[in-house]
Design a protein around this ligand. Structure first.
Ligand code: FES
Length: 162
């Protein structure tokens, strides 16, 4: 039993996708579509109620970058680390962004679950490098100072809308 997805819902996903190891990807996608990530207890339920063993399921969930094992924040900030952005300072942008959000170590999601920072390969607007996206808004030609301001302004706007 997961707090975030019921046994009945997982059973429904298993019935729809099948219970063999070839169904591992659609099962995990089904769970992630409901919860936003793949909780460990949901994976345990799948292992106990299918023909997929824990090693197979864990192998799939960790191999494909589409799957998340941790909750995702309300707002996803995509930081481009493609070649153009890398050359234009993506690492410095990432460091400033993470610092502004208070992210430490391996964390990619803020404690209040407001933001998740994701590295991506190319956002398709290399002439604006370095680039980030918050939701569907693209911000380019960034500096460490400007990215901090973008985050501050975004937080302020969110607070005003509450
Ligand atoms: S490399 Fe960053 S947008 Fe293309």
């Amino acid at each position: 039993m997961s707090n975030l997805i019921s046994d009945e819902k997982i059973t429904e996903i298993l019935e729809r996708c099948g219970k063999g190891k070839e169904a591992a990807i659609p099962i995990l996608q089904g769970i992630q579509d409901v919860v936003g990530y793949v909780p460990r207890d949901a994976m345990n339920y799948v292992v106990a109620n299918s023909n997929i063993d824990a090693v197979q399921l864990y192998g799939v969930v960790t191999f494909y970058t589409q799957f998340r094992l941790k909750p995702i924040g309300k707002n996803v900030i995509k930081v481009c680390h493609g070649t153009a952005c890398h050359v234009a300072g993506a690492v410095e942008i990432t460091n400033a962004l993470r610092d502004e959000l208070g992210l430490k170590g391996e964390d990619d999601t803020t404690e209040d679950n407001m933001f998740t920072v994701e590295d991506v390969a190319c956002l398709g607007c290399c002439s604006l490098a370095p680039v980030i996206m918050i939701g569907s808004d693209t911000h380019g030609k960034l500096t460490p100072k400007s990215v901090r301001k973008i985050v501050k302004d975004f937080k302020k706007k969110e607070a005003e809308e509450k």
